[in-house]
Every structure is written in C-alpha cells, then in structure tokens.
Design a protein around this ligand. Structure first.
Ligand code: C5P
Length: 401
C-alpha cells in the first residue's frame, strides 16, 4: 500500500504515455498522491486535462510560466515528493538526465532534485540497444537511479522487441517495493568510511594508497537506499558523492577519526576506508633536494575501527570492518575481528591475482560471532546491497528480541 506516499510522475513524450494515465489510477488506488509534470512532447500524445482529471491535481509543464513558478516552483515540485517516477522515460529524457541538461520543466525538476528516481523506460528496440542509451543508463545506475523494465513485446509501428514500457501494475509494484526497502533502515543513523587517507610528508608532498573508494561509496549508497540517515566520511577519491548521503571529505587519518567521532552516536559504523597505518612526522617546510636523501620518521595513526568499537557508552550497536589480505584470508580476518573489537569483518583477498583492488567487483566473506559466510564474486554495488540488507536484518532481529 502507498498511503501517505507522494509521487511526482514525470511523463515524457512517447506513445507509452497513454499507459501513464492508467499508472496514475493504479498509484492512487493504492493510496498515493500523484502530481504530474509533462514535457511538451508528452502533450502531443496525451492531454494535460486527462492527467489532471485522473491525478486530481493540476499538471505542471512550463518552466517559464510565472503562474507555475509562483504557485509551485520547480524546486518545491521535487521537495514535496517522496519518489519521482519517470514514465515513460524516453531515450531523450534519459540522455538529458545523464548529461545534466535542464532545458524544460521535467529535466530541471530531475536535476534540481535529491529525491530517489525510478525510471520506466519506453522506446523503440534500436533506441534501447543504442550504446548511447545503454551508457547513459549505466551512468544513472551509478548515481543510484533505479529502473523498472522495459519489457519485450509488441511496440508501436508494428514492431516487436525489447523497449515496451512495463505495465502500470508492474510499475506500481516497483513503487511499493521501493518504499518497503526504504523503510528497512529508516530512523537508523549510519556512518561509513571510504577511500584512502593522505598523510603529509611536508607542505607539498604526501603518502597515500591505491584505494579507489568504490566499495565504501557503494555501501553508503546502499544503506541510504534503505532509508538510513547516512554519513560518508571519505578520503580523496574520484568517486562522485552518492545520492542521498551526507558526505564529509577529509584527507588524513586523524581528520577522518575526528569527523567520525563527531558523528556519534550512530546505530551502525562501517569502516571501509584504507586508512594509512602510519603518518609522517611532518617537516614544517618543503624538504630540499640537497645532500643525503631525508629519512622519514613514521608515527602510528589512530585505528578508527578499533576506536569506534571501543567507544565506551557511545559504541555503535553494530561495528563492521574490512580485512584486505593477500594470504591466510579467513584466519587473518578472524584475528582482526577479535583484535579490533568489531562485530563483523568483511574479508577480501586483495592479492594481485584476485584483481579486486580498484576493480568493480569483490569477493567477500562475512565473519561474525557464528562463523564465515561466503558471498562469492559480486559487483561492489551488489556487495553494498547485500551488506545493507544484512544490517537491516540485524536491527530487525534486535528489535524482536
Ligand atoms: O589493520 P587493517 O588496516 O588491516 O584493518 C582494516 C580495517 O580497519 C578496515 O575496516 C579499516 O577501515 C580499518 N582501519 C581503521 N583505521 C586504521 C586502520 C584500519 O579504521 N588506522
């Protein structure tokens, strides 16, 4: 059921727009309120009057209309929604969203929004298969945009193939599934560390490591998708800030620790950052290249995972760490769990042969007080989803105890 849920339905210009009228019906039957934004092209296929009659609300379409902006600016349209559904999502609107274009109300609302977005693509088979469309969708998926369909079957112009918009009931089911998932960690606060740290040698040089931050960022995104209030404390990476996550950018291990401690109390902490074990006793001025090479004196850094796990009365209910090892993986991870006081350790093999470091996939074993659970080779995004689901299950069990 969708009682109290506010859906902003963006209708783009494709023949499947006629099915969006039925989608409005299905969503309202399940208790949602539906407000519609239509592109100019959509209005060539269905009338705003039809959408207005079925939604029971006025339809917004003009970015430059003074009345539209006065009554309901493009920012408020998305702020007042819990979920934005784009149906049909045409190749054109998908491309605009991927590129960040904002030349009409629909694209501007999408760009100006930090709300979750569900796409229901509909287009001709060749447009769907076009590498441009596929790479736009891959970009959007990385940004956390979800998708339902398209399906295979008869298309307009007497053609048939992949490209049909999912049926209105299927889209309404996906909307419900979104809210079920979204409720799993709602009300929980999560802290995730990600990326490498940089430790200064002198005012211009530093020591760092090759961590990409991909796994930590994917975990933060997945936890946020389940509705947790999520803070990601990230060292310098090339990864974009995940949608729906508050990101604090730091450089050194000590900065990372102080930002993490300032976030307490949290329900769950996941330490995925590759924190430098040592920092350099920093030279106050740039080291000069003269005489014998300098000797760098290393000082041990604080262990963020261990500090959080031993945070006396502010300890997160669940503390999760990683063990990246190149040999004796499980034994080393078990020892690490005990030594650091973590509840769970995600062990992964980072030997050159595993090809995990910097790649898009990972091979994880979860070690908890009961034993080892092997997840096999998964994309880093799937590892994030699996861990987020496991965390939700943990709190669910705790609540039942
Ligand atoms: O000791 P090692 O670096 O192998 O432990 C890995 C785990 O500890 C990871 O979860 C990492 O994020 C965390 N860690 C930390 N602070 C450190 C070193 C490691 O939080 N200074």
């Amino acid at each position: 059921m969708l009682h109290g849920r506010r859906i902003l339905l963006v209708i783009a210009g494709g023949i499947a727009a006629y099915k969006s009228l039925e989608l409005i019906r299905r969503l309202r039957e399940r208790g949602a309120t539906v407000r519609c934004v239509m592109t100019a092209a959509a209005q060539r296929f269905i009338t705003p009057l039809a959408a207005q009659t079925l939604s029971g609300d006025r339809v917004y379409s003009d970015l430059f209309s003074l009345t539209d902006e006065n009554e309901m600016g493009h920012l408020r349209l998305s702020q007042e929604a819990d979920l934005i559904v784009v149906a049909p999502a045409t190749a054109d609107l998908i491309a605009k969203l991927a590129a960040g274009l904002a030349d009409d109300l629909a694209s501007t609302v999408l760009i100006a929004s930090n709300k979750p977005i569900l796409l229901a693509p509909a287009m001709n088979t060749r447009m769907w298969a076009n590498p441009a469309t596929q790479s736009n969708l891959a970009v959007l998926e990385k940004r956390g945009v979800t998708r339902i369909g398209p399906e295979s079957g008869p298309l307009a112009e007497a053609e048939s193939g992949l490209g049909r918009m999912a049926e209105p009931t299927t889209i309404a089911d996906a909307v419900e599934a979104h809210f079920v998932a979204y409720a799993l960690l709602r009300g929980r606060k999560a802290l995730v560390t990600s990326g490498p740290t940089e430790e200064a040698i002198d005012p211009v040089r530093y020591i760092a490591n090759r961590s990409s931050g991909k796994q930590g960022h994917a975990i933060a995104a997945a936890i946020a998708r389940l509705g947790a209030d999520t803070v990601l404390v990230s060292g310098p990476t090339r990864e974009a800030d995940p949608p729906g996550v508050r990101v604090v950018h730091v450089r050194s291990a000590r900065e990372m620790l102080s930002v993490c401690e300032a976030q307490l109390p949290v329900d769950v902490a996941v330490c995925a950052a590759a924190v430098a074990d040592w920092r350099v006793d920093v030279a106050p001025q740039k080291l000069k290249k003269k005489g014998a090479p300098p000797t760098l004196t290393l000082v041990e850094n604080p262990d963020i995972l261990a500090t959080l796990a031993h945070a006396a009365n502010r300890r997160p209910r669940l503390v999760v760490g990683f063990a990246a090892e190149t040999e004796n993986l499980i034994a080393a991870a078990r020892a690490k769990r005990a030594a650091k006081g973590a509840d769970w350790i995600l062990a992964n093999d980072v030997s050159a042969a595993s090809g995990v470091f910097g790649s898009d996939s990972n091979d994880i074993h979860l070690i908890d007080e009961r034993g080892t659970e092997s997840w096999g080779r998964l994309s880093k995004r799937d590892v994030g989803d699996r861990l987020a689901a496991r965390i939700a299950q943990f709190f669910d069990r705790k609540a039942a105890e």
